[in-house]
Design a protein around this ligand. Sequence first.
Ligand code: PLP
Length: 382
Amino acid sequence: MSRNRLSKKVQEIEPSGIRKFFDLILGRKDIVSLGVGEPDFPVPWKIREEMIYALEKGYTSYTSNIGLYELRKEISNYYRKFGVECKAEDIIITTGVSEAVDLALRAIVDEGDTVLIPDPSYVSYKPLTILAGGNPILVPTLPDFKLNYEKIAQYAKNTSPKALIINYPANPTGVSYRKKELEEIADAVIEFDMLVISDEIYAELTYPFDHTSIASLNGMEDKCIVMNGFSKAFAMTGLRIGYVIAPSDIVSAMLKIHQYSMLCAPITSQIGALEALRNAEEDLEKMKAKYMRRRNFFVKKLRKFFDVKMPDGAFYVFPDIRNTGLNSEEFAENLLVKKGVAVVPGNAFGECGEGFIRCSYAVGMEKLKEAVDRIEDFLKSR
Ligand code: PLP
């Protein structure tokens, strides 16, 4: 028998449940997709213009591994708004938060180390933990989809975890945390001596209160690996640009991996990101206002059919579809095949997502209205 070509670790992980599902609709023209977590707005024009100038001037080289100093400096100023004091030296520019999650896990996890991950949560945390050699332990967040001291302690008690991953506002549920709630999570982090990987990619899209970073809380300064990026707030998904803020020993460790595996983030995108932080706040606010209007409209409509929590942030609604008698996959597949509306089954984000679906409202109002009508038709025709 020939030798197995693939590593055990890669065989252990599954392809993303989101992408797998969307292969079903390739080529169909009648689809209203509430499936992908991607802003429907173009990159604000002034950011594109700055990148075009940069290309015209021939700025197409590598940058330093860690990223452009001006951009890191700007991020250190910017992150004060979320309560965090950091220096340019504490920041690495990455190719999106995706790379930042991978770097953080590979920098801190030894073979067999436990990493606590909320269930449900963003699809990359568990597979990237496995690839880093870690042992992902999923912490159920039902019924409110939030972590708190008790839920963390229950799983931390016997597993001495190396780290806890949190993401707020959260994909797929839209929940976020006020400062008081973060303080409770921080208590557990200190008691069980963990590091925190804090994915704050939706920070700017927090609606009912201001986003606070867990890294801003007392006792957390040396324990947090904060990551954020430009994909969601500035609609820059394809430009692949993000960053990570961490204590200096962890920055050095992550930088070793980044310099060999990525070298640096694309210079054009770094220049665009700098413009975003310096001059695109108004564009961001306009997009945020539109998301908020869509959220309010969509939740109100969906509440006619389902139990739906009002999301605090991001651009997802996570309705409870258990009253239909269908499971998440049956619901999503039937809705897609019969009415051409694409949503993501909640179980793609973990077992606790079963009985829910994720609908993105990063689509125009017309499409959202059409989706609501089709969902209503779907439910009536059953
Ligand atoms: N983290 C979360 C919670 C996300 O929802 C996403 C994208 O959907 C990412 C990270 C990836 O972001 P990026 O485009 O910066 O790699």
